[in-house]
Design a protein around this ligand. Structure first.
Ligand code: ATP
Length: 339
C-alpha cells in the first residue's frame, strides 16, 4: 500500500547526519543481511556515507569499521547469518566501554548508528543514546519475536518454518516407534516460537512461560490422551518455560510413567540458521528503509517495527520495558485442537 508521501521530498537530505554506521548485535538471525543491505542502499540513495561496524558493540569499542558501498551488499539477501558478524559484548555494559565506543564513533566521523539486534542490544542502545545524546535507531532482529511494539522481528518467520520442518520429521519417528518426544524450542523467556510451531505441527501439548496451565495439559495428555488413545505424541517445550526446558520436563514424566518411552530433542542453534524466508527478507527491507528515513526525520532512540504491516517507531524504553504478549486466541486454539 502506498504511504502517499512525496518521494522526491524524501530524497532530500536536510539532516545534519552525513555518515551512518550499521551493526548487528546479539544472536544472529536470518534476514539480518537483508536488513544491512536495505540500510546501506537506502543511505547511499539519500546521499549518506555508510560505515559497517563489525562484531556489534565489540567492534564499536575497537573501531572495527569498514566503509560500505552498494556492491558490498550484493548477493547477500538470501544468506543467513550476518556479513558484519555479531557479538555479545560485556564491555559495552560498562561506562568505560561505552566511552571508548563513543570516542571511536567521533574519531571515525560516524554521526548516527543503526543497531540491528534484540532486546539486549536495544537496552545497550538506550543507555548509550541517553549518556551521549547520540542518534541511534534500532531494527528488531531476533528469532525470538519477543520485542514489544512490533508484530515481527527479523528472523522469526524463518526460525518458525525451520522448527516446523524439524518437528514434522521428529513426528515421523515418534509415530513409528510409539514414543513421546519432548522438543525444546528457543525463545528465551518468550513462548511465541514454541506456541506457533506447536500449533503448526499439531503438537499434543505446548509448554510456554506465558501459560500457567501447561503442566495440567501435560498431565491430562499423559493420563487420558496418551494412555487411552494416542500411541505417540509431541510435546513442545519453550526453553524458558518455568518447569525448566525439555530435559527437566521429560525427567519428571519418566519418573511418573516409567513404562512409557520418552525421548528429548533440543533443536538448538539450527533454529538460527538458514536462508531467510520471503517474509523475513521483505520485512527486513522495509525496516531498513524506515530506519534511514527515521534518522533523516531526526528521530532517535527508537526502534522501527511493523504493526499490522505498517511501519511504527517505538521508543527503546518501551521496546525493552514491556513484553510482547502471546495472543490469547493462540492458547485457546491450542486447547481446542487437543480435546
Ligand atoms: P537475542 O535476542 O538474539 O539474544 P539480544 O540483542 O537480546 O539478541 P544480548 O546478548 O542480550 O542479545 O545483547 C546484545 C548486546 O547488547 C550485549 O552483548 C551487550 O553488548 C549489549 N547489552 C545488553 N544489555 C546491556 C546493558 N544492560 N547495558 C549495555 N549494553 C547491553
Amino acid at each position: 500500500m502506498s504511504s502517499g508521501k512525496d518521494h522526491s521530498e524524501k530524497n532530500k537530505n536536510t539532516s545534519t547526519i552525513k555518515t551512518i554506521g550499521v551493526l548487528t548485535s546479539g544472536g544472529d538471525s536470518p534476514g539480518m543481511n537483508a536488513a544491512i543491505r536495505a540500510v546501506v542502499r537506502t543511505a547511499l540513495a539519500r546521499n549518506l556515507k555508510v560505515t559497517g561496524i563489525r562484531r556489534g558493540y565489540q567492534g564499536m569499542i575497537e573501531g572495527d569499521f569498514l566503509p560500505m558501498k552498494s556492491s558490498d551488499v550484493s548477493g547477500i539477501i538470501q544468506q543467513g547469518g550476518t556479513i558484519l558478524k555479531t557479538a555479545r559484548c560485556k564491555e559495552f555494559q560498562t561506562t568505560e566501554g561505552r566511552a571508548k565506543a563513543y570516542q571511536q564513533l567521533i574519531k571515525a566521523g560516524i554521526d548516527a548508528v543503526v543497531v540491528i539486534g534484540g532486546e539486549g542490544s536495544f537496552t545497550g542502545a538506550l543507555i548509550f543514546s541517553e549518556e551521549y545524546h547520540y542518534p541511534l535507531i534500532g531494527i528488531p532482529g531476533t528469532i525470538d519475536n519477543d520485542i514489544f511494539g512490533t508484530d515481527y522481528t527479523i528472523g522469526y518467520d524463518t526460525a518458525l518454518n525451520t522448527v516446523v520442518e524439524a518437528i514434522d520429521k521428529i513426528k515421523d519417528t515418534a509415530s513409528s516407534h510409539g514414543r513421546i518426544f519432548f522438543v525444546e524450542v528457543m525463545g528465551r523467556e518468550a513462548g511465541l516460537l514454541a506456541i506457533n510451531s506447536g500449533i503448526a505441527c499439531g503438537a499434543e501439548v505446548i509448554m510456554i512461560p506465558e501459560s500457567d496451565d501447561d503442566r495440567q495439559q501435560l498431565d491430562r495428555f499423559m493420563q487420558k490422551g496418551y494412555k487411552n488413545k494416542e500411541t505417540s505424541g509431541i510435546v513442545v517445550v519453550a526453553e524458558g518455560d518455568e518447569v525448566g526446558g525439555a530435559l527437566k520436563v521429560a525427567e519428571k514424566v519418566r519418573e511418573q510413567y516409567p513404562e512409557i518411552e520418552v525421548r528429548v530433542s533440543i533443536l538448538g542453534h539450527m533454529q538460527r540458521g538458514g536462508s531467510p524466508t520471503a517474509k523475513d527478507r521483505v520485512s527486513a527491507t522495509l525496516m531498513g528503509v524506515a530506519a534511514i528515513q527515521a534518522l533523516l526525520d531526526n528521530k532517535q532512540g527508537v526502534m522501527v517495527g511493523l504493526d499490522d504491516e505498517q511501519i511504527v517507531h517505538v521508543p527503546f524504553r518501551n521496546a525493552v520495558k514491556y513484553k510482547h504478549p502471546v495472543d490469547q486466541n493462540l492458547l485457546e486454539a491450542q486447547k481446542l485442537m487437543n480435546i
